[in-house]
Design a protein around this ligand. Structure first.
Ligand code: HEM
Length: 508
């Protein structure tokens, strides 16, 4: 099956077999086994614990419990099985995760090193293929080529001012709240958490009015996504190709233009591919962060009453930071390969072995979290692994956190008595290899009138248009870049790609 390859997007599953732990009973059972490769972590000598799967019922029902069992059985680095019972290493230790992230010469981002790809165990139809199929983008390269591509990403993202970004976030937040504020109820995953990041990102990218509604509607639609359509991926790439071509002729104060004009001299294809990377990387992660933080605030009275705005000791950014420690939007990243035989956490890693960065597991490592939730807990600072570290560390951290902080702040201010509409026990979370996703967050609140003055598009000269220009731009440039979205409905055909993206991400 072909697919829109993306490092963050898994695809549907088909499984082969091996010696595994039954997910529901915890007992080892044997399915059809293939010949054990030398040194393969899937084939343990007798007496060693059977390998656990990072997919299936055990992993999906209680991933954090599974990580702790693996930590007890193997220490800071555990041999595991991924889809198709292909062996890999899950890095559970905080320090070991940092060691992998910060040592690209030992642990590369280049998936072509993976022996499972070389020997055909992971072929084009394998569920991991879409996230490991190598592409010439920043995610898959190291060294000088990574510096060239990351330089363009970093410098272009760095040109946004925090004030300017927050004004966009505030405006779109009001716009979204106005959609449901008179109803007295809403479903915040669908109507808020998933929509806000895409609205902001399309604006920052500089998507023309005619494109924005498609992408926003697509983002809104993602939660229900199960369909697949390669043609929709082609459509999105066509939009981004067109965007690049338009910005070459008429650049604006936006990410697409800054990426193109960067001295790294990205080709048009590279520019379009990195625009897609940024859109995808920003969307699901930030939506998860917003949803997880809102869920915590709505279910943890102590936390909510501790917010500084309500006279307590905790600020909203600090509450978001706690969520990044305890429920990082990406729970794991499947994406490092050993360049040679090496040792990590007492385990012998062979050249070409795959490593999974256990971000959620590393954040809960007892070596650094001696007293989770206590006054001396590490979660009081921001040294968690949620954004990774080293050369591939997330370049969108500031923007992602600004969207979550500002959006939630405005929401809680406008709907001060917001509360869950269902018992907490009815909230469902979908777990997958890379993320945990809250399915729905139904809430109630006292209906209040719309406040269109906040959500009105920035008109030249209006207070909302007074964005702080970054180097080389005028305020009028920024005003021009803040044009409102058109309101045409997207072609349903084109939404399928987005549905597929979400379906994959949540399934793996
Ligand atoms: C709360 C929100 C976010 C979280 C938790 C997050 C987390 C991550 C993580 C864990 C990685 C993988 C790093 C690695 O392989 O070591 C990553 C990569 C990346 N993220 Fe984010 N991200 C978020 C938001 C964003 C936003 C808003 C943007 C863009 C504006 C963005 C752009 C990227 C890009 C381009 C990469 C690839 C970097 C590379 O490989 O060099 N992310 N992110």
């Amino acid at each position: 099956m072909t697919s829109p390859n993306n490092p963050f997007i898994p695809s549907p599953t088909d499984f082969s077999t091996n010696s595994v732990v039954n997910s529901s009973t915890g007992r080892a059972r044997t399915e059809t086994a293939t010949a054990p490769p030398l040194g393969c972590p899937a084939h343990r000598s007798s007496g060693a614990p059977a390998l656990r799967r990072l997919f299936g019922a055990e992993a999906e029902s209680d991933p954090m419990g599974l990580y702790e069992r693996l930590r007890r059985e193997h220490g800071t680095v555990a041999p595991v099985l991924v889809h198709g019972d292909v062996p890999a290493w899950l890095v559970l230790g905080y320090h070991e995760n940092l060691e992998v992230m910060r040592s690209p010469s030992r642990f590369s981002r280049d998936s072509r090193l993976w022996h499972a790809l070389k020997d055909g165990k992971v072929g084009p139809d394998h569920p991991l293929a879409p996230i490991v199929a190598w592409q010439p983008i920043a995610v898959f390269v190291d060294g000088a080529e990574h510096e060239r591509l990351r330089g363009a990403l970093n410098d272009s993202l760095g040109r946004f001012t925090s004030r300017g970004v927050r004004r966009h976030i505030t405006r779109f937040t009001h716009l979204l709240i106005d959609d449901f504020t008179t109803d007295g109820c809403a479903e915040l995953v669908d109507q808020f958490a998933e929509r806000l990041p895409m609205l902001v990102m399309t604006q920052l990218l500089g998507m023309p009015e005619k494109y924005e509604p498609q992408l926003v509607e697509a983002a809104r639609d993602m939660i229900q996504g199960t369909e697949t359509a390669v043609s929709s991926n082609a459509y999105i790439m066509q939009l981004l190709d067109e965007l690049v071509a338009e910005k070459r002729i008429a650049p604006g104060p936006d990410f697409a233009s800054w990426l193109i004009e960067h001295h790294s001299k990205l080709t048009d294809t590279e520019a379009a591919q990195h625009l897609r990377l940024v859109l995808i990387a920003a969307f699901e992660t930030t939506a998860n962060l917003i949803a997880n933080t809102l869920r915590r605030l709505l279910t943890d009275r102590t936390l909510r009453s501790s917010l500084a705005a309500r006279g307590g000791h905790l600020s909203l950014p600090a509450a978001v930071e706690q969520v990044l420690w305890n429920e990082p939007p990406f729970t794991a990243i499947f994406g490092r390969w050993a360049t040679g035989d090496t040792e990590l956490g007492g385990q012998h890693i062979k050249a070409g072995d795959a490593l999974i960065l256990g971000l959620a597991a590393g954040n809960m490592d007892p070596a650094i979290r001696t007293n989770p939730g206590g006054p001396d807990d590490a979660s009081a600072n921001s040294s968690h692994l949620a954004f990774s570290s080293g050369p591939h560390e997330c370049p969108g951290r500031t923007i992602g956190q600004a969207i979550a902080d500002t959006g939630i702040d405005v929401l809680l201010t406008r709907l001060p008595d917001i509360h869950l509409a269902v018992p907490e026990s009815e909230l469902r979370i979908n777990s997958s290899l890379m993320s945990q996703h809250l399915v729905e967050l139904p809430v109630k609140f006292t209906p209040s009138p719309r406040q269109p003055e906040f959500s009105a598009p920035f008109l030249p000269g209006s207070p909302a248009a007074q964005l702080q220009p970054s180097a080389g731009q005028s305020v009028s440039d920024l005003e021009a870049g803040s044009a409102p979205a058109a309101t045409t409905m997207p072609d349903p055909q084109h939404l399928r790609w987005w549905k597929r993206v979400t379906a994959w991400l949540r399934r793996l």
